[in-house]
Design a protein around this ligand. Sequence first.
Ligand SMILES: CC(C)(COP(=O)(O)OP(=O)(O)OC[C@H]1O[C@@H](n2cnc3c(N)ncnc32)[C@H](O)[C@@H]1OP(=O)(O)O)[C@@H](O)C(=O)NCCC(=O)NCCSC(=O)CCC(=O)O
Length: 337
Amino acid sequence: MSFLIRTARLSDLQPLYEMAKLTGGGFTNLPPDRASLTAKLERSAAACDRDDDQLGDDLFVLMLENTKTGEVRGTGQIFSAIGQKWPFYSYRITTVTQHSKELERTVTAELLSLVNDLGGASEVGGLFLHPNERAGGLGMLLARSRYLFIAAHRARFGDKLLAELRGIIDERGGSPFWDAIGGKFFHMGFQEADEFNAVHGNQFIADLMPKHPVYLAMLSEQARQVIGLPHPSGRAAMRMLESEGFSYEGYVDIFDGGPTMTARTDSVASIRDAKSAPVTSCELDKGEKALIATGRLADFRCCYGAREVTADGMAIDARAADLLHVSEGDLVWSIGR
Ligand SMILES: CC(C)(COP(=O)(O)OP(=O)(O)OC[C@H]1O[C@@H](n2cnc3c(N)ncnc32)[C@H](O)[C@@H]1OP(=O)(O)O)[C@@H](O)C(=O)NCCC(=O)NCCSC(=O)CCC(=O)O
């Protein structure tokens, strides 16, 4: 395989835009809007220009490139700390239990409460692989390369990590969750709100959203059924998050009710198990299959390869060394496949 993950450059705008058009909407971190995507690439470049170990309000965009053809085939993003400029809102499912002595009845009600609990967390998102490249392990390379990036620049990220999965959309392109809550206050259909969201960001949702808790029992059956469920196309992403140790702890997106998955950063399997070592040989014949990464910030590169960890470093195969541009003595980060 000649696939390489590398940090995005400003010249990636066109392929990023082409991929954004393929998402089919509702994909907050990858809107098919050139100005928003340009802003993302500029923000990522600025984050890479600052090479210190301080936590900032950074976005890093990564690209998957087929080095044989030079084509970009996928992308992923990492935000270092969400909710820094504008508060980050989630709905948290909370429970209230009440008892009536006269009726001899105890009633438990579930509520959606608007919270900023996840402000300050880092976020992985914007994961997209070209449809023709799916089901071959590249989705995993894209997703996990971000965890190696975090491990290699650990001080630039928070102690909590989250990922938002798109919620359920019905056959008409509507969102039962939106229709039951947000739609009542915005006088906009889900599609219209989604388009506005793509271009202007989702602050308008937080601004106009009802601030009081919402009783689940008062929502339509269709709305209740979709709370915390991912859109079917997000199941692969959810599966990968779960195998890294992320879990759904009752936080949902205030827009479409999709699940927010969370984990302690240092407990995420690919961060916890990442090993860094100097390269001792670039001619390993047979070894353990692994993800191997190198380089700081704008020079970050990651690919699949073979490794052998020894007491004094790590031997890697020639093809990976070539893709990563490393030679003996260079530092690499890696995790087993
Ligand atoms: C998400 C990816 C990149 C995943 O790539 P692939 O489809 O090639 O993945 P894969 O290697 O075939 O599968 C990865 C793992 O998911 C499992 N898997 C695949 N399809 C599944 C399904 N329908 N239901 C349940 N599990 C499924 C596989 O068995 C495998 O796990 P095992 O190895 O254990 O068998 C892609 O599907 C894609 O671009 N989808 C469209 C965009 C999208 O929905 N993006 C996520 C948005 S959500 C987001 O960005 C936040 C999340 C995040 O950033 O991580």
